[in-house]
Design a protein around this ligand. Structure first.
Ligand code: SF4
Ligand code: SF4
Length: 472
């Protein structure tokens, strides 16, 4: 029985409710009146229910679809402006005891190179990442209590935060590790992680169990209830995601939104971010085997409807996607992207040798961080290296209140300008620097608050003189 507040996975992700929602969406996919009513509701910027979102996703009417895209762009502008926050993944270890059939790290795969970074190697990776200009990382590790116990992850986080190389610093470490206990989540919180990210992969229980035939991840309930435990452990910024291409995308789309609604209803705060990964080729994995892969068109529609449905949740797209796809979804609502990424264990300090292969998936957007920053500037976005909120204690419901009232924009845009300036001074190529300085100059008059504007101008001067790390 569907119960949004229940702590039981199969009750807050109720199969019957998902199927009924999909049926409702199918029946109403050309119901112009209903679709326009939903769009009117969405214009209040308070979000939509999973059922309403399912109708928009199904909509086949050209005119209404245009309205969906237009509204997604408006919401993106209203809440996030032009800034795009940059991050990079850091793979600590690809040892894994799970049997996920779509991931090359599954324990039966004997032809990838298994690696686990030592603390010295992590230091080298972090220095390489700092030298690129990164300030925000997403830590990745397989599940392996012997090779990658929590203590190893905690020690690694400590190492990462401790490294100060030239003007570099990693200021926010988000963590993407397997579902764990409340006690372990508490330890991650104490280690000052940013967001805890865990992808559900699919919300369809039977498919989930088939895709995870062995290992602790096989347990659907333990995995699906992980975010509740994380929040109980004090982590109030959590990141959701499904891996599109594993199951019916419609089913997973509705399940994901029900999960978001559950967190808000039961824990008081919705997800901080939602990622939209699509399955990619990798060693031992052929995406053609996953017949539910989605087209670029549907992918864009998913991003647009998510933007409308959960206006307060950041949307993340990785280098799994090509430049062309990323360009399209950036304007439709994506607020965070990775850049210059390596999906190998230890791929930043030194490129992998030809005979080695420790990558989790093939990167589609292979450009360097500087090339991506340059391209974002050209396209009218402001690449941002901001990490201010969590460092200022703006997390969980405090953060959500600021986003909902629109006040966060008073921080995001100035922080984007100041952190971009820092990047331009320390890491950018000549051409990127020129473009970036121009964007900063043009954006300053757009800061609405005169006091904030004055401080930004002063801080930009300070940055010119070598001072660093300003934030609102
Ligand atoms: Fe291990 Fe995660 Fe890959 Fe599954 S998806 S095999 S848990 S690294
Ligand atoms: Fe993100 Fe907060 Fe910085 Fe805005 S001010 S970009 S919400 S960290």
């Amino acid at each position: 029985m569907y119960n949004v507040k229940s702590k039981v996975a199969t009750e807050f992700i109720d199969d019957g409710e998902i199927l009924e929602s999909l049926e409702y969406a199918k029946q109403n996919k050309n119901n112009k009146k209903l679709i326009n009513e939903i769009l009117e509701k969405a214009k209040e910027f308070k979000g939509l229910s999973h059922r309403e979102a399912a109708v928009l996703l199904e909509c086949e009417l050209d005119e209404e679809n245009e309205k969906i895209y237009k509204l997604a762009k408006e919401i993106k502008q209203k809440f996030y402006g032009n800034r795009i926050v940059m991050f990079a993944p850091l793979y600590l270890s690809n040892y894994c005891v799970n049997g996920c059939t779509y991931c090359p790290y599954h324990h039966k795969n004997k032809h990838i190179t298994r690696k686990k970074l030592t603390q010295e190697e992590i230091e080298r990776e972090v220095i390489a990442l700092q030298d690129l200009g990164h300030k925000r990382l997403a830590l990745e590790a397989g599940e392996d209590p012997v090779n990658n116990p929590l203590e190893y992850v905690l020690e690694s986080i400590k190492t990462i935060y401790s490294i100060k190389h030239k003007n570099g610093a990693i200021r926010r470490v988000n963590v993407n590790i397997a579902a764990t206990t409340v006690e372990n989540y508490r330890k991650l919180k104490e280690a000052e992680i940013g967001t805890y990210i865990l992808f559900q992969e699919t919300y369809h229980k039977k498919t989930y169990e088939e895709l995870h035939p062995t290992g602790p991840k096989h347990d659907y309930a333990y995995h699906t209830e992980a975010m509740d435990r994380a929040m109980e452990g004090g982590i109030d910024d959590v990141g959701l995601g499904v891996l599109y291409g594993l199951n019916m995308y419609r089913y997973d789309f509705v399940g994901l939104l029900m999960h978001a609604e559950h967190l808000e209803a039961a824990m008081g705060v919705g997800p901080h971010t939602i990622s939209v990964p699509r399955i990619r080729p990798a060693d031992d994995i052929n995406p053609d085997e996953f017949t539910n892969a989605i087209s670029d068109e549907i992918f864009a529609k998913i991003v647009a409807v998510l933007r409308i449905t959960v206006p307060y949740t950041g949307l993340i797209v990785s280098t799994r996607e090509s430049q062309k796809t990323r360009e399209k979804v950036l304007e439709l609502g994506v607020s965070q992207i990775s850049g210059g990424s390596s999906t190998s264990v230890g791929g930043y300090a030194e490129k992998e040798k030809e005979e080695e292969n420790s990558a989790q998936f093939d990167v589609s957007d292979t450009r360097t961080l500087d090339e991506i920053v340059n391209w974002l500037l050209e396209k009218g976005h402001i690449p941002s290296f901001c990490t201010a909120c969590y460092r200022e204690g703006r997390t969980g419901d405090r953060f959500m209140q600021l986003v909902k009232s629109g006040q966060i924009a008073n921080c995001c845009q100035p922080n984007a300008l100041m952190t971009l300036k820092e990047y331009l001074e320390d890491y950018a190529s000549e051409d990127t620097k020129k473009k970036g300085e121009e964007v900063i100059k043009n954006e300053i008059p757009n800061i609405p608050n005169e006091k904030v504007k004055k401080i930004v101008i002063e801080n930009l001067e300070n940055l010119n003189e070598g001072k660093r790390d300003f934030r609102f």
